[in-house]
Design a protein around this ligand. Structure first.
Ligand code: 5AD
Ligand code: SF4
Length: 470
């Protein structure tokens, strides 16, 4: 109780000073979602967000470690903050949040003299205390990973959003241990968020005018909730199955049932965990978008094995065939890594042939980047940068051709589009997306952001559709 009393006193202190937070996010959607959780935790302490770095009391950067390049980007930002601190805002407190904080821990404080706070993805509730420590003249670190933390009841502050689309986090962490990936180390063990709270959050978003939610997790298909109990607490499998187990397809259905006008998306699926039940649920509900992001990483079985992906090319193709059979109009995208340890021309050809088979609608393609302490770091990163670059260019060209093909197929057809905002290029145009996640640009006319309109497509590039509301 006494402890609570102290906290309330701190509350008042924060309120009186009315501090401001400037927060930038890098990396995946989960990081952007986490920044909204951070903003919510600090808002309760009277700290509000600002877009003006030169006057902010707190400057936080939510970081990504997925590739070396992502880390370099953050280091450049830290240099920039340093210059602001030196020239304009000497009192600002700089915090490094997220995956890089988790990976480098206290080393950050030694390497980057300007950093005051280092906080990992599971320790955001501790931020008010960490800020206090810095104000008392110390440097503050909390990088403890948790087996339970899901920030379940925290209602995120929607940062810089359009008021129409929102991310809702459903799981945290990852247990898959792909050999190239730093995530299991930076985000810890996998855990699922209480479904009732997820539904409540989505309902509230809908009531506040939002028309699309994206359910987020490193591996959404392994979402699992059984009243907060561990599987081993059940005496037998039957009892466990009966105990109101909620799997991802069920959660997806519950969210889709909130309102037919609420679009539902999700990311990311893992081919080794995505079940036929998820595909069936997508095909059953009109408001679950016909778009699946299904990272494959390689088309070579030998490389998939080295990557510890838990599926073969044949199993992946079977999944794709099932998707195309059950949801004929489904857009599919992928992540691909080229130049993984020991990748031969032959392996690369297998990747090209898989791309040719699937003809993805979109693709996110990367050169392999060795991450310290991952299982793959024990293998030799033996593909030269030149070969990596050549292979990357080749798959990017192929993907662009496929993307353009899919876009061209849409010309002359009409699609339902959710209006998300005013086009960056022209203030007389809106942008929105089709169910397939294709961006469409069209004239505003009398329509409003957040409305659904039917748009007939008359032109395209490999990335954008253009059309007219009918
Ligand atoms: N090097 C290159 N790309 C990576 N990814 C994950 N780890 C690495 C790495 N070490 C890619 C994968 C993943 C996406 C989010 O980032 O394709 O799906
Ligand atoms: Fe980057 Fe992965 Fe962390 Fe997301 S989870 S921020 S992609 S390292």
């Amino acid at each position: 109780m006494k402890h609570n009393g102290t906290l309330i006193k701190e509350d008042n202190n924060y309120k009186k000073k009315s501090k401001t937070l400037y927060i930038e996010s890098y990396g995946c959607q989960m990081n952007f979602s986490d920044s909204e959780i951070v903003a919510s935790i600090l808002k309760k302490k009277g700290i509000t967000t600002t877009k003006d770095i030169s006057t902010a009391d707190l400057v936080f950067v939510n970081t990504c470690s997925i590739r070396e390049k992502a880390e370099q980007t953050v280091r450049k930002r830290l240099e920039f903050y340093n210059s602001i601190k030196r020239d304009q805002n000497p009192k600002m407190i700089v915090g490094v949040l997220g995956c890089m904080a988790e990976r480098l821990k206290a080393k950050f404080l030694e390497e980057e003299k300007l950093v005051d706070i280092v906080v990992g993805p599971d320790a955001y509730r501790d931020l008010p205390n960490l800020i206090k420590e810095v104000e008392d003249g110390k440097k503050a670190v909390n990088v403890i990973l948790s087996l339970e933390e899901t920030y379940a009841e925290i209602n995120p502050v929607r940062l810089g959003g359009n008021g129409v689309t929102a991310f809702v986090s459903i799981t945290r962490g990852c247990d898959n241990m792909c050999s190239f990936c730093v995530v299991p180390f930076t985000r810890g063990r996998e855990r699922s968020r209480n479904p009732q709270i997820i539904i409540k959050e989505c309902k509230k978003l809908f009531d506040n005018g939002y028309r699309e939610v994206t359910l987020l997790g490193q591996n959404v298909d392994s979402y699992l909730w059984f009243g907060g109990k561990a599987k081993k607490e059940f005496k037998n499998a039957n009892q466990y199955e009966k105990n109101n187990k909620i799997v991802f397809s069920k959660l997806l259905e519950l969210v889709a049932q909130i309102n037919p006008l609420l679009r539902v998306r999700f990311s990311t699926s893992n081919p080794q965990d995505m079940g036929i039940d998820v595909i069936d649920t997508i095909s059953k509900y009109n408001n679950i978008c016909n778009y699946i992001h299904l990272p494959v990483q390689s088309g070579s079985n030998r490389i998939l094995k080295l990557m510890n992906r838990g599926y073969t090319k044949e199993k992946y193709i079977n999944l794709i065939d099932n998707i195309k059979r059950k949801i004929p109009d489904c857009a599919i995208s992928m992540d691909m890594i080229i130049g993984f340890c020991s990748e031969t021309n032959n392996d690369h050809d297998e990747t090209l042939s898989l791309m040719e088979y699937v003809k993805y609608d979109f693709g996110y393609m990367f050169k392999y980047s060795e991450r310290p302490n991952t299982p793959a770091a024990r293998l030799k990163d033996d593909i030269s940068d030149q070969i990596k670059q050549e292979r990357l260019s080749e798959i990017i060209d192929k993907q662009q051709m496929h993307s353009l093909g899919h876009m061209k197929d849409k010309i002359g057809k009409t699609f339902e589009v959710l209006i998300e905002g005013i086009s960056k290029k022209s203030s007389t145009n809106y942008y929105g997306r089709t169910t397939h996640n294709s961006t469409v640009i069209f004239e505003k006319d009398h329509h409003k952001i957040g409305e659904y309109v039917m748009v007939k497509i008359n032109d395209c590039t490999s990335a954008t559709l253009k059309g007219k509301v009918i």
